[in-house]
Structure formats: structure tokens, C-alpha cells
Design a protein. Structure first.
Length: 221
């Protein structure tokens, strides 16, 4: 089994500018190291205390997340200049039938792991989130939605979202799972094929919505 990997690299503390050699994880294999996966989901994997001032800070370092059971790979590239031109550089780890994704921020990485672990399709989740974003007269003005799966086994069959709102607060939103199934059926009924691409984000949903609007079944509500 492919082990997780790390490098030792010099980082600067953003508070006191102290220079320090730190461990940066570059490959996290969910099956080989479930504890690393857990730390990644809790945002503590790349969190380090500064030995000079004691403040903890996140090191901004890219990594590859592998799930060989569910057959997906997510490349996290925080400093990518041109995501549209990205090509999977590290396909040693992945087989041709794997799902490959590219993300440029940590919240996206965590969200995708939650989405795939829940057996959902991230393209449909993006479409669902975009339709939520476009709903008017909501009590909370949402800026972004992030899907998540609760730690405890969830019997409610609800879909859970963290909502980053325009008032800079975070809210929770729970939706019936049927709204996901409706989105899936809508795509099928319109005869649309979900795009096969690394970068799946809001722009994917905008493209799908545009295609849907050209079919007679354009009602997402
Ligand atoms: Zn420091």
C-alpha cells in the first residue's frame, strides 16, 4: 500500500518571521494513514507551533490526497497560477478509472473528501449549491456553501452544509436528500452528460445551468 509522504521544508512564522524547518505532508493516503486523513479534515495536519513565539500557524503547502478504496485522487495546489492549464503530474498513484480533482483551497479539499465519502457526485453538489445561491428572499445571505458529513453516523439522511454568509458569520443548513436526487434526475431528464474535468467548482455548475436553460426542463427549484 502506497505510504503517505512528507518533506522537511523551511517555513517562516507569519507572526515573528522566525525561520524553521517543518514537516509538510505531500501525500496523504486515506487507507494507509486514517489518522492523517482525520487531521486533514480537522485542519490540524499542516498546523505547526512556532518554536520562537509559540503561535500556531498553517503552512501553505500543496499535497495529494489518495483514496484507493473509492478510487479518487485530489490534488491540492494552493499556489497555482493557472488552474485551467493544470495537468495531473503525479499519476503514478492513480489508475485510469480513478476520479481526479484539482482544488486550490483547503476548504475545497475537505469538502470534496466529504462529498466523495458520502457517495455523492461533486458536479451535482456544485449545481445544487449554485441553485441555493440563486434563491432569493433567504433569511441568510449566503456567499458560499460547503458540503460536510458529520463525524457521528447520520441516520437522518439529510444533506449538511456550512454556509459562509455575507455578514462574515458561518451558519448550518440541512436539506432533504431528495433535493440532490431531484438535481440528478433533472440532469438525466435533460439528457446532459456531466463534464469530465479536473477542476469542478462553481464554474462547472454555471456551465451545467447554461446547458439546462437550453432544454425545456429548466426549473431547478
Ligand atoms: Zn513565531
Amino acid at each position: 500500500m502506497q505510504p503517505s509522504q512528507f518533506i522537511k521544508q523551511t517555513f517562516h512564522c507569519p507572526v515573528c518571521l522566525n525561520e524553521e524547518l517543518m514537516t509538510a505532508w505531500t501525500l496523504v493516503h486515506a487507507q494507509a494513514d486514517p489518522d492523517l486523513k482525520d487531521r486533514l479534515l480537522r485542519k490540524t495536519l499542516q498546523l505547526h507551533p512556532c518554536s520562537n513565539c509559540g503561535r500556531e500557524f498553517q503552512i501553505e503547502s500543496g499535497l495529494v490526497y489518495l483514496d484507493s478504496e473509492q478510487k479518487f485522487l485530489i490534488a491540492y495546489e494552493p499556489d497555482l497560477e493557472n488552474p485551467a492549464a493544470w495537468q495531473p503530474y503525479d499519476l503514478d498513484h492513480a489508475q485510469p478509472d480513478w476520479t481526479i480533482r484539482l482544488v486550490t483551497d483547503q476548504n475545497q479539499l475537505i469538502e470534496k473528501i466529504h462529498i466523495f465519502d458520502s457517495g455523492l457526485d461533486d458536479r451535482l453538489v456544485e449545481l445544487l449549491k449554485l441553485s441555493l445561491l440563486r434563491q432569493e428572499n433567504q433569511p441568510v445571505k449566503a456567499r458560499r456553501f460547503f458540503y460536510y458529513q458529520p463525524q457521528e453516523p447520520d441516520e437522518s439522511a439529510l444533506l449538511h452544509f456550512m454556509v459562509a454568509a455575507e455578514d462574515d458569520q458561518w451558519y448550518n443548513l440541512d436539506l432533504e436528500r431528495s433535493i440532490y436526487q431531484n438535481t440528478e434526475q433533472l440532469i438525466a431528464a435533460a439528457g446532459l452528460v456531466l463534464p469530465d474535468q479536473w477542476l469542478v467548482d462553481q464554474s462547472t455548475a454555471v456551465g451545467l445551468l447554461r446547458e439546462l436553460s437550453q432544454t425545456p426542463l429548466a426549473d431547478l427549484s
